[in-house]
Structure formats: C-alpha cells, structure tokens
Design a protein around this ligand. Structure first.
Ligand SMILES: Nc1ncnc2c1ncn2[C@@H]1O[C@H](COP(=O)(O)OP(=O)(O)O)[C@@H](O)[C@H]1O
Ligand SMILES: [Mg+2]
Ligand SMILES: [Zn+2]
Length: 467
C-alpha cells in the first residue's frame, strides 16, 4: 500500500493546505481546518476497498483512479433502496420505518448516560437470537463490563462477538473475516486511523473512520451502527460532522434523571423522520412505552390554570400532551419568552396573533411555555392548545380539564384543520376526555367525544368561557 499523505481541508470553503494552521488562508475563518487523507496523492485503498465501496479492483485500474461509471437508461434502474429488516425492538423499528437496511450506516447520537450502549446491546441480542453472528466493538468499556451489562439486560447471547479495540484497521479486518449481520461501534469517537496524525475524537479522525466504515458496510452489506456522544450544546468533534456521511442519524434524548427516553431520526435515507420512539429505562434495560398519552398525563394536576391538553400527532401515532404556560410580570419592557418542547418563534407568532385578533397584550409579561414529558411539538396542530393555555394563565381561569384542543391558528386568528384529526380524537376519547375543541372545517368524524367546532380563536375562547 502506498504511504498515505494527509492534507488539511477547510470545513467552510474546502480550501486545502499541506500544514495545519489556526486560520484558513482561503476564507480567513478560524479553526476550520480538518485533517484528511490526500486522495489524489495516495489513493483511497485500505484492505482492498475503493472509495465507492467496491471490494477488490480490476487489476488494470491504477490505484487511486476512480472506477469507471456506466450510463444506463433510467427505466432500467432498480428503485430498490434495500429492504429494512426489523431489529426486534419495536420502538426503534417504528422510528426506522421497519428496521435497519443491510449495508446501511446509522449514527446513534446522545448525551453520555442516556442509554446508547444499553440500546445497542439490546439490538445485538435481538439480532443474535435470530441466529445471526453480530459484532460489538467496544472502545470505551472493557469486554468484562459489557458482559456485566449483558447479564443485567438478559442479553447474554452466544452469537454476540465482542472485541475491545480502537483500531480502525483491526475493526475492518474483523468485519471482513466474520461477516457479521450487524456491527456496532461504541463509540466512533474512540476510533483511530493511523493514516491520520490527529487524535482520536478529532473531526478528521471521526470523519475518516466513518468514511472507511461506510465503505466496508456497503461492500459487505453489513448493517453498521455507530454510537456517537453529543454534549448539551451539540458542538463536539464528531456526530454533527458525520451527518452527511451516514445514511441515518438517530438522536436519543431524555432527562438523565427522568425515566423517559425519546428516539428520533434527524436524517433517514430510507424513510420518514416523523416518527417518535418512546422508552423508559428500567433495571433490565429499555422498555417500550405502551401508553404514552397515559404516561404523559399521569402527573397532571387537574384544574390548574395554564394547563391545556393538545391532541398531537407524532408521525403516525396520536399523542396527547399537556401544554403549560406561566405568565409573570417582567418589570421591564424586555419580556422573556421561554419555551421547552416547542419552537420559540411559533410561540412569539401565536402571542402576536392573540394580541392582534383579541386585543390581549403580553407586552411586559414573561411567558414560560412548556410541553410536559420531553415531547417536542413539531406540527401546528398544537397551536390552539398553546393559545388557550396562554389566555388561561393570563386570565387565571382554568380550562375544562376533560377537554382537548386541536387546530392550527392562522395569522388572522382563524382556526384551520390539521391531518389525522379523527385518530387524535379517538385517542382522547380512549383516555376519557369528553370534549374536543376543533376547527369548524374539520371533517365529519365518528368518535365518541363531544366535538365543538369553532371558526376563530375568539369563538373558541368564548366557548370555553375564557373571554
Ligand atoms: N445497575 C443499573 N440498574 C438500572 N439502571 C442502570 C444500571 N446501570 C446503568 N443504568 C442505567 O443506564 C444508564 C446508562 O446507560 P448507557 O447505555 O451506559 O448510556 P450511554 O451509553 O448513552 O452513556 C444510566 O443512566 C442508568 O439510567
Ligand atoms: Mg456507552
Ligand atoms: Zn476556508
């Protein structure tokens, strides 16, 4: 193999230089240079893999030359992106739209302690029970520590191979030897390629290692899961820089002191990114939440002002969540807008609509808006509940605790219908809610709940005695 040469490339402008420096001479940005292998000089060969992932090469092709591409009629191209195979972990399969596609590379990101190693070990055990060889590469914990966890999780399976290493080339040769159906790297930040001089965990190393693993995954149809640590500000060398390299980016979140864990896809080449996976952390591992609405509403204090139940849709699953807001005199004209679980800009917009269509000003009032349970409101269906919650807290009048609200609020204060309303209301009825406040334009629905249809935000507030 030719001796590799490395260069430093600017992550902002792409300019490359042979030596590292703090400032890019191309665009003058600071700290943007990242080490990478100089493909032009050294070729991109390690263990017989070419950059595009083909195993072996035509003997006459010079090392480093791109493989010749072939033009074919578009009509002859297979649209098969690969069939997802279930992981056996239902909440994970929900988020992935069925499972993991062989040959795909998935990044599982999350803060330390959130449960990434737990989830991957449960995945490995599930796959191993199907009789397939799987490989767990641990760069952080010893094999003994992993065994202890496996005992606790009841994931001690013969077919799980474990290797404790941080060497990229060792991992790649194990993958080529063993041909595991699933290979988990825990974590990508610990890996090290000797071809780069930078330290493990640096952006250059993480990118190079991920690129090489993507190539082996594609060439051998091995499903690869990379675990990546993300800190609170999300700004470490690693996962963020990998988003373009991998097929799927999953993010595992939740309060470390809270039992609830949410799993989402931020990027998914093979399907939707709308679905939400919900787990709780138990002594014997991550357990699917069977009745998330029930769990979210379990701690609700009935009859408190500013509390309104929104009938939301998270992907295909209807989910009832409690929206809470609190209003406090700011004492200055610079009032605070603080949100948790909802977009701050959306709240600001709804406050402006409340002011212009109802004449209720929140000027000089701090507003704290919160979605209980760590769920994020990503669709406008919760607008009406947020508005009701704000007025309820401003007026100190609680809303009917047996009511749910669902609808988008337009700029003129008009209510608009949202997708999947019947399913949302069916969930509300299942949980014992008796009334649903919805837009006038909502379709006819066969649900055992009293449906109140309103044209505008003002009518809606009037109907629940808030104005
Ligand atoms: N003995 C135990 N009993 C119950 N839960 C445990 C035990 N040990 C660890 N946990 C749970 O597992 C979490 C750590 O999970 P882990 O998979 O190691 O996280 P990560 O890999 O994301 O850092 C802890 O925060 C705790 O909730
Ligand atoms: Mg871990
Ligand atoms: Zn630059």
């Amino acid at each position: 193999m030719a001796k590799t040469r490395t260069i430093f490339r600017c992550m902002e402008c792409g300019h490359s230089v042979p030596k590292w420096s703090g400032q890019c001479s191309g665009c003058m940005a600071w700290n943007t240079l990242v080490e990478e292998i100089d493909n032009a000089a050294s070729g991109y060969r390690l263990l017989g893999l070419s950059q595009n992932g083909n195993v072996g090469t035509a003997s006459d092709a010079p090392v480093g030359a791109p493989n010749m591409s072939a033009v074919q009629p578009l009509t002859r191209v297979s649209s098969d992106m690969g069939t997802p195979l279930p992981t056996g972990i239902a909440e994970l399969d929900r988020v992935l739209g069925g499972g993991l596609v062989p040959g795909s590379v998935t990044l599982l990101g999350g803060e330390p302690g959130i449960g990434k190693s737990t989830l991957v070990l449960q995945m490995l055990a599930s796959k191993a029970r199907e009789g397939a060889p799987v490989l767990y590469v641990t760069g952080e914990e010893s094999a003994g520590q992993v065994r202890l966890r496996a005992e606790r999780l009841r994931a001690l399976e013969e077919n799980i191979g474990i290797v404790s290493t941080t060497s990229l080339s060792e991992i790649m040769s194990h993958m080529l030897d063993l041909r595991p159906h699933l290979c988990v790297i825990d974590s990508i930040q610990t890996l090290h390629s000797p071809q780069l001089s930078s330290a493990p965990g640096s952006v250059g190393q993480v990118r190079e290692c991920a690129n090489q693993l993507v190539a082996v995954a594609k060439a051998t149809s091995t499903t690869v899961v990379l675990v990546g640590h993300v800190t609170k500000d999300g700004n470490i060398a690693g996962p963020r820089t990998l988003e373009h390299i991998v097929d799927t980016v999953l993010s595992f979140e939740g309060d470390r002191h809270n039992i609830l864990r949410t799993l989402r896809a931020n990027k998914h080449r093979f399907g939707s990114t709308e679905e939400l996976g919900l787990f709780t952390m138990a002594a014997d591992g991550l357990v699917a939440v069977d009745d998330p609405s029930g769990l979210f509403l379990g701690d609700r204090r009935q009859g408190s002002t500013g509390s309104v139940i929104a009938a939301t849709l998270q992907g295909h699953r209807p989910l009832l969540v409690e929206v809470q807001t609190l209003a406090a005199n700011a004492g200055t004209s610079n009032a605070r807008r603080s949100t948790q679980g909802m977009d701050a800009n959306r709240l600001a917009l709804l406050l402006a609509v409340i002011e212009s269509s109802l004449g209720i000003s929140t000027h000089g009032v701090d507003i704290y808006a919160n979605v209980v349970g760590g769920v994020r409101l990503a669709e406008p269906g919760a607008d009406l509940a947020v508005c009701l919650s704000v007025i309820s807290t401003m007026r100190r009048i609680p809303v009917n605790e047996n009511m749910v609200a669902c609808g988008e609020v337009g700029l003129g204060g008009e209510l608009r219908s949202v997708a999947g309303l019947e399913r949302r209301l069916a969930e509300a009825a299942r949980l014992g809610f008796t009334t649903a406040l919805v837009p006038e334009s909502a379709p006819w629905m066969d649900v055992p709940i009293t449906v109140l249809r309103m044209d505008t935000l003002e009518d809606a507030l009037d109907s629940v005695c808030l104005i």
